[in-house]
Ligand binder design. Structure first.
Ligand code: PHE
Length: 344
């Protein structure tokens, strides 16, 4: 990077930092602290940066100098304005508006942490040939349970007790019904990932929410084997969690896959000082080979086609990835939480 550009970037970063600190100041004392930190004559961070202008080659100095003066002016202006606000209505004469003051910077916002994880997961599967699709949240019992080889009196249907709507519809308890919908309307080969919200009659606590996100995956074609299943999910896991990640397939049960597995990963954390630590085994998805009965219900010939399917919770994955202890942070809308995920 050009030297002047680096300096200007630093100036701009400082400007943002100073404006945030000014906005956060609660009283005159806070404000004076901010002033000294950024504008203090000897040790102020902006003053220190200004002194480094001398290091620049001659022809670059004017631009950097101008920018430095602008930042200084903006920060000074913001300090003044905040001081006025903190003094509040007790001030005698209302000041004339100074229209030359730059506006306060707004927070540009950021994607919700679950959306980030969904996008990241779908991007990895995209490179593996999977297309991102959606399906309806209001479903019928046929798509949500019966076509997925889950009779309504099956215990698996109880586990996914959901909310019923008028007219025989229900809020889908998982994204798996989209498997059937896509197979009904498309010919193999199928390779899809399906992010979306699902609903269950769960209490709202640190690890449960009655509405949460899932990502379904489905691959169906001639000749898809258990090897494709394991290799695809292991490859995904290593790309998402890092190359050193270990992957384990534990036997499990789902009515719509046979055999079924739960996929666990063991991550390697690398700390800033370079030391590493292995995580425990973390369960990240349910999965399996598509049950022939499901292929048949969707109108495919199970003698000809095979496939695998998987389902994961990006909310849970975001909690593990970002170290978030309580799922309710995602939904309570506290800006202090979401600010941590600012940026594109
Ligand atoms: N639908 C299952 C659930 O919500 C997850 C799953 C999807 C399992 C696809 C296997 C295959 O628990």
């Amino acid at each position: 990077m050009r030297k002047d550009a680096a300096l200007i970037d630093e100036l701009e970063a400082l400007e943002g930092e100073a404006l945030r600190a000014i906005e956060a100041a609660r009283d005159e004392g806070d404000l004076e602290g901010v002033r000294v930190t950024f504008l203090g004559r000897k040790e102020g961070r902006i003053s220190l940066l200004l002194r480094r202008l001398g290091e620049l080659p001659n022809e670059l100095r004017p631009e950097a100098g101008q920018e430095a003066n602008r930042v200084k002016g903006v920060v000074q202006g913001a300090l003044e304005q905040r001081r006025g606000e903190l003094e509040g209505p007790s001030r005698e004469a209302a000041p004339v508006e100074d229209l030359s003051l730059p506006g306060r910077r707004n927070w540009i916002g950021g994607r919700h942490p679950i959306t980030r994880v969904v996008d990241e997961i779908c991007a990895i599967f995209r490179t593996l040939g999977f297309t991102r699709v959606r399906g309806p949240e209001a479903e019928t019992e046929w798509y949500n349970f019966v076509a997925l080889n889950t009779p309504l009196d099956h215990p698996a249907a109880d586990e996914q007790d959901t909310l019923y709507l008028k007219g025989g519809h229900l809020l889908r308890s998982h994204t798996s019904p989209v498997q059937i919908r896509i197979m009904e309307t498309h010919e193999p080969p199928i390779r899809i990932v399906v992010p979306g919200m699902v609903y269950r009659r769960d209490t709202y606590d640190a690890t449960h929410a009655p509405a949460f996100a899932q990502i379904e995956g489905l691959a169906v074609d001639e000749g898809i084997t258990f090897v494709d299943f394991k290799a695809t999910l292991a490859e995904f896991s290593r790309r998402f969690w890092g190359p050193g990640t270990q992957v384990r397939f534990r036997p499990s049960f789902f009515p719509f896959t046979e055999p079924s597995a739960e996929v666990d990963v063991k991550r390697i954390h690398t700390f800033p000082d370079g030391t590493t630590r292995e995580s425990d085994w973390l369960e990240i998805m349910g999965a399996g080979m598509v049950d022939p009965a499901v292929l048949e219900n969707a109108g495919y010939d199970p003698e000809r086609f095979t496939g695998f399917a998987f389902g994961m919770g990006p909310g849970r994955i975001a909690m593990l990835k970002y170290g978030i202890p309580d799922i309710r942070h995602f939904y309570d809308g506290d800006v202090r939480f979401h600010r941590q995920f600012a940026g594109p």
